[in-house]
Ligand binder design. Sequence first.
Ligand code: ZN
Length: 188
Amino acid sequence: MNKSAVIIIDMLNDFVTGDLKCERAKHIIPNLKRLVEAARKHGVLVIYSNDAHYPNDFEVVQRWGKHAIKGTKGAEVIPELKPTEKDFTVEKRTYSGFYETGLDPLLRSLYNGEGAKTVILGGLHTHICVRHTAADAFFRGYNIIIANDGVESFTQEDHEQGLKYLEYVYNAKIMTVDEIIKEMSKKA
Ligand code: ZN
């Protein structure tokens, strides 16, 4: 787990309780809370990759309707997972956390410029933003770990197919949050 970063994707009010709410998101909250707390404790950096849309963004207008509009309550991280001042937040305007954002330079600047080598992804949704962020991580040569009890989708089918795809196409290592925490504590 050396030189890794935890990336928490779209755990925002609108995705959990607001405009695009997902009932199934609730059960991953305590798992992600344990994950970010363990990461901070073991010196693994935590990055929040958050939708921060303009109302006229293509994705908003063409596909999902209003959600996570920059500057609104809906675009804030849910209170249970509130970032600390040690964490980073990188705003995005579509599915991938890398697409036209500062995420890649941030990851490369971590650990005294040696850069993070592995990204540990959690959040929403397994088959949409997690998948697209994993794609861009894979294209850039990062190892990918997915917390299977730390990601969710609107349906079980989307979640399971999403995990299969992530493993098959991006060579993502699928682990439980507890397994990830165990690894973090080993090498810290
Ligand atoms: Zn969005």
